[in-house]
Structure formats: C-alpha cells, structure tokens
Design a protein. Structure first.
Length: 56
C-alpha cells in the first residue's frame, strides 16, 4: 500500500453482535483516497465493497 502497488481493494464487512473489530491498516502513516467501484449486500448481512485508489 505504501508503494502504491495495489490496483484494487476488496472488503467483506461482516455484521457482529458482540466484540470488537480489527483495524485494516494499523501501520499506514498517511491517507490513501479510495474510490468506491461497487457494493453488494448479501442476505446474510455481509456487505462486499470494491475500491480502487484515486491516483493523481
């Protein structure tokens, strides 16, 4: 991520009732703007997200 080598990010967000989530990017020291390309909601409540980096 720091070297800007990733063309696309895909995340599946799972709903939780109890507990805590884990941060995705704990060692990132600057912001990386992302553009949402697609989102999909499944019957289970899971949300699939697809992003690409916004490059200048």
């Amino acid at each position: 991520m720091q070297l800007d080598l990733i063309d696309e990010y895909r995340f599946n967000i799972n709903p939780t009732v109890l507990g805590r989530g884990k941060p995705f990017f704990t060692n990132v020291n600057r912001q990386f703007p992302l553009k949402l390309l697609e989102s999909k909601l499944f019957k289970s409540g899971v949300v699939a997200l697809r992003y690409e980096p916004e490059r200048k």
